[in-house]
Write a protein that binds this ligand. Structure first.
Ligand SMILES: [Zn+2]
Length: 224
């Protein structure tokens, strides 16, 4: 069987060597692929030494509880959560898709439940967070210190912002959750929770009943 990734030597191939014309073509196009259909994006948290300034491209906050477990951040999968079963504490985090008007980077922004209040107020006032310019900073300039977020409407006559990223899908990739374990589509205004298939996830994490459901030590770093 030839997989799509295998190069075929047409000149020496028993059935292709006498065929006319090229046997494979590059897929040329006149437009760049829609970046919103790609999901591998960086996750940024508020740095200690400088503000993070960006324009929100998603309509709303979306968040979930996470654990720091096995050496990395993983989403809480309660009521069937191996981290909860081991008594690991969880924290709720909000995730947004945001655009840096200076660098044109489109990425994911994570913030704590405590810091998210100005964003909730903005959403309630304007009906959406899309187009909200924010500046997130840590006044004490220390890692993990309190975050302050200042908000105002961005001037969208000067900056064209891209379509929102699929935050749940992008976070699922960062968390290394198997794609097939996720129910799609993950619309922002649907239930803001991840609904994984635990059988698939446990298989992927190599959790078997004969090791009491314990996960093998994970050496992959925290995505931050
Ligand atoms: Zn949990």
């Amino acid at each position: 069987m030839f997989g799509p990734h295998i190069k075929i030597d047409a000149a020496n191939h028993p059935t292709l060597k006498n065929s006319k014309g090229p046997t494979a073509m590059a897929q040329w196009s006149n437009t760049a692929p829609d970046v919103a259909t790609k999901y591998a994006y960086e996750l940024h948290r508020t740095p200690a030494d400088r503000p993070l300034n960006a324009i929100i491209t998603s309509n709303d906050i979306i968040g979930c509880h996470t654990h720091y477990w096995g050496g990395r951040t993983v989403p809480c999968e309660a009521p069937h959560c191996p981290a909860c079963d081991e008594g690991m504490p969880s924290r709720w985090h909000a995730y947004l898709s945001v655009f840096d008007p200076k660098t044109h980077d489109h990425f994911l922004f994570e913030c704590t439940a405590k810091a998210v209040q100005p964003l909730e107020e903005y959403r309630d006032s304007y009906g959406t967070l899309r187009g909200c310019f924010f500046s997130a900073s840590r006044p004490k300039r220390r890692k993990n210190s309190k975050i302050i977020i200042a908000v105002r409407p961005a001037d969208l006559t000067k900056t064209r912002i891209p379509d929102a990223l699929d935050v749940i899908r992008a976070m699922s990739i960062i968390w290394q959750m198997p794609d097939t374990a996720l129910q799609t589509p993950s619309a922002e205004h649907s239930t803001p929770t991840i609904t994984p298939d635990h059988a698939i996830i446990n298989r992927m994490r190599d959790v078997s009943p004969n090791n009491n459901g314990r996960k093998k030590p994970c050496t992959s770093p925290d995505p931050a």
